[in-house]
Design a protein around this ligand. Structure first.
Ligand SMILES: Cc1cc2nc3c(=O)[nH]c(=O)nc-3n(C[C@H](O)[C@H](O)[C@H](O)COP(=O)(O)OP(=O)(O)OC[C@H]3O[C@@H](n4cnc5c(N)ncnc54)[C@H](O)[C@@H]3O)c2cc1C
Ligand code: FES
Length: 416
């Protein structure tokens, strides 16, 4: 055998060894083949093959309460088809189609289908998803009004083993990939869910990054993920947890410097954050969003460094400072024709969006999130142009519009 032949044999043997190693790794961890969980978030976006269109069946494999008061329950989901899940961007949500009992409308089969969005509350894992749902009670002082339809359905009727219809992860409220800029997560109540996903991703993939979490709750009784977060803070020196109690129970405030009384505000952030640039992520109830987001802007934080998501209706969103919405649309009187209903009305700028406008005039239109996220209110645009204050999460097909976040830019004919 010549030296060249020997070298060729050695090279081939080495190559075979490497190939066998790769094949073994893929066999042991099938998810790794399509889901590089240690990739940067930007890689995750480009490699998110396997995201599906339409509804896919997921089985609830585990339920688990996350707070002492048992008002926030996690549901662990696995795809019924068993195909590994594409990675999502930490901060994104799932959309659910739910058949819930309908005591009011009296549908023929006693049920109606509704659409709701729920944020993924853990970091990407090809084996399954986790969402965490807060039970929405009747509004304070209005026991005559029914409690939340979807959240009550999840808490009272969705059991381990049940199958749910789910749309692929989506949403623009996602963690950035620049580990050199500290991340500040500000959550009010159940607004903690997207933060759990972003936080766990940061701790795993960017362990050196400074990460601060401010969680505003009434008391430790409704503090979701309390133990998990305390353990993470103890284990990760770069992670700082601050809990802010508005109505602390006895024993909640232990004179520790990571526990505070009141609400999350600029003064607290100034006291506890080092000077310099931060990426702010805010998700909470309307009063928190409406005070904190403008306060951050007024304090000189760049618009591109403030990311926020509202769980409620679009009107709960603070006005985007970057909004490029033409003002004429808000003031001009424009004809809006709903062709299928045979109704013509005039847009006078009173309503926040076309969905509110339609409902105020007595037209029933299907809706889900009312934040441009789920696509339920998507309507064919026969003629005219619709404008959006902020780019909706949902991709809008050509010739269609989203009523819940859209306003007319000209006279409209809608197929509704
Ligand atoms: C992107 C996104 C992510 C989200 N992520 C999460 C999450 O991770 N976890 C979570 O818990 N939620 C999340 N939400 C909110 C969630 O989608 C639902 O809005 C929430 O669960 C309430 O829905 P529901 O069907 O239970 O309540 P609904 O039936 O929609 O009712 C909402 C509230 O209105 C009250 N109500 C009922 N009738 C009336 C009436 N006539 N007048 C006034 N009030 C009335 C109800 O009592 C209830 O309090 C998210 C929302 C979005 C848009
Ligand atoms: S109601 Fe969800 S996109 Fe309009």
């Amino acid at each position: 055998m010549t030296a060249t032949q020997l070298l060729a044999y050695i090279t081939v043997a080495l190559l075979l060894q490497v190939l066998a190693g790769v094949a073994f790794a893929v066999w042991r961890h099938p998810a790794a083949a399509g889901a590089p969980l240690s990739a940067s978030v930007d890689d995750v976006v480009t490699t998110a093959k396997g995201a599906w269109s339409g509804w896919r069946d997921f089985r609830v494999v585990r339920r688990e309460f996350e707070d002492a008061a048992q008002t926030q329950c996690s549901f662990h989901l696995q795809a019924v088809d068993g195909v590994p899940l594409a990675p999502f961007r930490p901060g994104q949500y799932l959309t659910f189609s739910l058949k819930v009992p309908d005591g009011v409308a009296g549908a023929p089969d006693g049920a109606r289908t509704i659409t709701r969005c729920y944020s993924l509350s853990d970091r990407p894992d090809a084996a399954g998803y986790r969402i965490t749902i807060q039970r929405a009670r009747s509004p304070a002082g209005r026991p005559d009004l029914p409690p939340g339809l979807a959240s009550s359905h999840f808490h009272d009727r969705v059991l381990e083993g049940d199958v749910l219809q789910v749309k692929a992860p989506s949403g623009h409220f996602v963690i950035d990939s620049d580990a050199s800029v500290p991340a500040v997560f500000i959550a009010g109540g159940i607004g903690i869910t997207p933060m759990m996903s972003m936080l766990r991703w940061c701790l795993a993939e960017q362990p050196e990054r400074r990460v601060h979490l401010y969680h505003g709750v009434r008391s430790s009784g409704d503090q979701a993920f309390k133990r998990v977060l305390e353990d993470l803070a103890a284990a990760h020196p770069a992670f700082r947890l601050n809990v802010v109690y508005s109505r602390p129970a006895s024993g909640d405030l232990l004179a520790r410097d990571d526990q505070h009384l009141g609400f999350i505000d600029l003064a607290l952030l100034r006291r506890t954050l080092a000077p310099g640039r931060h990426q702010f992520y805010v998700c909470g109830p309307p009063p928190m969003m409406q005070s904190l987001v403008p306060a951050l802007r007024e304090a000189g934080v760049l618009a591109e460094d403030i990311h926020f998501e509202a769980f409620g209706p679009a009107s709960a969103r603070p006005t985007s400072p970057a909004s490029n919405e033409p003002t004429a649309a808000a003031s001009a009187s424009l004809e809006v024709r709903f062709s299928r209903s045979g109704r013509t009305m005039y847009w006078d700028g009173q309503d926040a969006n076309l969905l509110d406008f339609a409902e105020r005039h007595g037209l029933a239109v299907d809706s889900g999130c009312r934040t441009g996220s789920c696509g339920t209110c998507q309507t064919r645009l026969v003629s005219g142009a619709v404008t959006y204050a902020d780019q909706p999460d949902q991709d809008i097909p050509k010739g269609h519009c989203l009523l819940c976040v859209g306003k007319p830019q000209s006279a409209l004919v809608l197929d509704a």
